[in-house]
Design a protein around this ligand. Structure first.
Ligand code: 13P
Length: 259
């Protein structure tokens, strides 16, 4: 099995004040010291500078929640990938289901954003996932395949070399309903098989995160699955104790596999 370091990413969404995010980031930075897992926080863009001042010298990485497809120009209200890079962002969440559903981002736009993020020297966290309706209609595989195909079409399998995929079933986001470890693992395996069939090395080293009501109580069983390489956490990432408990659960999967 490829040696994939787990990644625990906090997607803070549209939350916090300058003061509260600094407090949260400081608590996470001190708790993440020495953990054998990668820890990432993704505040809103206007909080990046404050959060960077706190996590800059810690092991905690910084990421953004979205970026413009275009590199620059007349796009009022947008933030470009190169601007995010200037704030030491290493990752950008791309195609979150809230962006797809509330802001009507298409898979083609999402694919373009992945390339823009990579061109700026960062790693996209490409979110994919089905709605409850699609799951009930047994379309999970087709929906995920189409979301991945849009990226493959513009960037080929090579686009997945510097990429993290996050499987976030839409029905599990912010609902308290989590996919069971087996349900999640089945989709993660599908994603890996699809990429591996095109390039086994890229597929086996691709990190695939689970997102959707992951919390301290269910993290260990999800993270214990063969193809679940971390988590993209919403609600539980806003509380340092809960978030760090998930980071510790991820770190203990590394220690278990090393022993
Ligand atoms: P919750 O953890 O609040 O369900 O959110 C998941 C998510 O959307 C992370 O991007």
């Amino acid at each position: 099995m490829a040696n994939r370091q787990p990644l625990i990413a906090g997607n803070w969404k549209l939350n916090g004040t300058r003061e509260s995010v600094v407090e949260l980031a400081s608590a996470i930075a001190s708790g993440a010291e020495g953990l054998s897992t990668e820890v990432l926080v993704c505040p809103v863009s206007v909080h990046l500078s404050d959060v960077l001042a706190v996590v800059g010298k810690s092991p905690v990485r910084l990421g953004a929640q979205n970026c413009a497809e275009a590199e620059s120009g007349a796009y009022t209200g947008e933030v470009s990938a190169t601007m995010l890079k200037e704030f030491a962002c290493e990752y950008v969440i791309v195609g979150h289901s809230e962006r797809r559903s509330l802001y009507h981002e298409t898979s083609e736009q999402v694919a373009q954003k992945c390339l823009t993020v990579q061109k700026a020297g960062m790693t996209p966290i490409l979110c994919v996932g089905e709605t409850l309706e699609e799951r009930e209609a047994e379309q999970v595989e087709a929906v995920i395949a189409a979301q991945l195909d849009a990226v493959l079409k513009v960037g080929n399998v090579e686009a997945f070399r510097q990429m993290v995929v996050a499987y976030e079933p839409v029905w599990a986001i912010g609902t308290g309903k989590t996919a069971s470890p087996e349900e999640a693992q089945a989709v993660h395996a599908l994603i890996r098989e699809k990429i591996s069939s095109l390039d086994p090395e890229i597929g086996s080293s691709l990190r695939i995160l689970y997102g959707g009501s992951m919390k301290a109580e269910n993290a260990a069983s999800l993270l214990g699955q063969a193809d679940i390489d971390g988590g993209l956490i919403g609600g539980a990432a806003l509380d340092a104790t809960s978030f760090l408990a998930i980071c510790e659960a991820a770190a203990s999967t590394v220690e278990k596999s090393a022993s």
